[in-house]
Design a protein around this ligand. Structure first.
Ligand SMILES: [Ca+2]
Length: 382
């Protein structure tokens, strides 16, 4: 999934929780998982060759057709158009944990998407509650994993729950995410920190602990769908081209707080300098050029594309301009082969330049489709 997000274990399905004791093995595997993608674009110490491998940004050219009417409630019109997709900065082969853009976001390539409506904010607890009330839907985290789905798992681990960020009380090495992620019995969208927690008076917070299946079910009920990765990035860039963030090139914009990220020392101390230690209600920071809130930080967002680190390279090789790309036909993460993953976008309240600066608009995350956490949510398009 995402650095600063639950890692290899969290990316592993809930059905494989029995590997929790394999901390040493997982630590080694996590190191592999966060290492340079073996299938990604080549990185060379020569500047010229780096530029060649990474590609270059060109201006965004929006479609000129006006927005259809009427506007759906809570959504904004994204005009679509042609843009440069991906991330260039920096080309650091020593970046092993995703502090910067990783090679799976390269090369920068030209993409065209049609216009669409997009939720202004991430789906909130109130919105998700309305869906559950209307349908009786039970999320994956609320279901007890079956022994059949979890071969070899000890019975005591076959309990409904989800992964919760649990900061250690002192600085820890960043080579093993199990130091700050814990599988908590009873954690789910209604109880983000476990059975004794609540979302009372948190109706405007983004819903979390949703798997891909949960997000899709909500979208279908709402008459919407999840965005493709290309739609998400076009929208998040807000009409700008080649900027590091949805608002420009500086994360700390003259002291103005721009997004909910992790301040202080990761993972043990979130100083909350942006006003929020942990998750924030939606819409607390300025929107981007298209009127979208929180496309950087707060919670990661599921998008529809399967994850492959080599997808951008394949797409660029086959198209001068890729039109409405929908992702690869199947998932493959060399760090965890065999685990079905979809792409996550936007970073979360745990992103920090000390560990995972994936609030950068062109960067990518990934997650096991059957795993939700308390920093992954979604928004819909139409
Ligand atoms: Ca924060």
């Amino acid at each position: 999934m995402n650095p600063g997000a639950p890692g290899l274990l969290l990316r592993a399905s809930r059905s494989r929780l029995w590997i929790i004791p394999m901390v040493v093995v997982i630590g080694v595997m996590a190191w592999i998982a966060f290492g340079p993608d073996p299938v990604g674009s080549p990185i060379d110490n020569s500047t010229a060759e780096i530029v060649s491998a990474v590609g270059a940004f060109h201006p965004t050219v929006e479609h000129s057709a006006p927005a259809p009417r009427p506007a759906p409630r809570g959504m904004v019109w994204i005009p679509g158009g042609e843009f440069s997709m991906g991330a260039a900065e920096p080309a650091d082969p020593g970046d092993l944990v995703g502090m910067q853009a990783t090679v799976d976001a390269r090369p920068i390539h030209r993409v065209s998407v049609d216009g669409f409506w997009m939720d202004r904010t991430e789906v909130t607890n109130d919105q998700f509650a309305a869906f559950v009330k209307a349908t009786g839907y039970v999320t994956v985290a609320e279901r007890t994993p079956s022994a059949a789905d979890s071969p070899g798992a000890p019975p005591e681990l076959l309990v409904a729950g989800s992964f919760v960020f649990t900061p250690p009380d002192q600085p820890v090495p960043l080579d093993n995410e199990l130091r700050w992620w814990t599988y908590v019995k009873g954690a789910n969208w209604r109880h983000p920190f476990g059975a004794n927690s609540t979302i009372e008076r948190k109706g405007s917070y983004p819903v979390v602990h949703v798997t891909y299946e949960d997000a899709e079910a909500y979208a279908k009920w709402a008459g919407k769908r999840l965005p493709t990765e290309a739609e998400w990035e076009f929208a998040a860039r807000g009409g700008l081209a080649g900027r590091l963030y949805p608002w420009g090139d500086q994360f700390h914009d003259g002291g103005r707080q721009v997004a909910n990220s992790h301040h202080g020392h990761f993972p043990d101390h979130d100083a909350g300098h942006d006003g929020f230690a942990g998750i924030a209600p939606v819409g607390q920071f300025a929107p981007n050029g298209y009127g979208l809130f929180d496309v950087a930080g707060n919670v990661w967002e599921w998008v529809a594309d399967w994850y492959r680190p080599d997808y951008y390279a394949d797409l660029a090789a086959a198209n001068d301009v890729a039109r409405n790309p929908r992702g690869p036909s199947s998932s493959h993460d060399p760090g965890e082969p065999g685990v079905a993953k979809r792409v996550h976008r936007g970073g979360s309240f745990l992103c920090t330049d000390q560990y995972c600066s994936r609030y950068m608009v062109g960067t990518r995350g990934k997650g096991d489709v059957s795993t939700g956490t308390n920093h992954v949510g979604f928004r819909c398009v139409l």
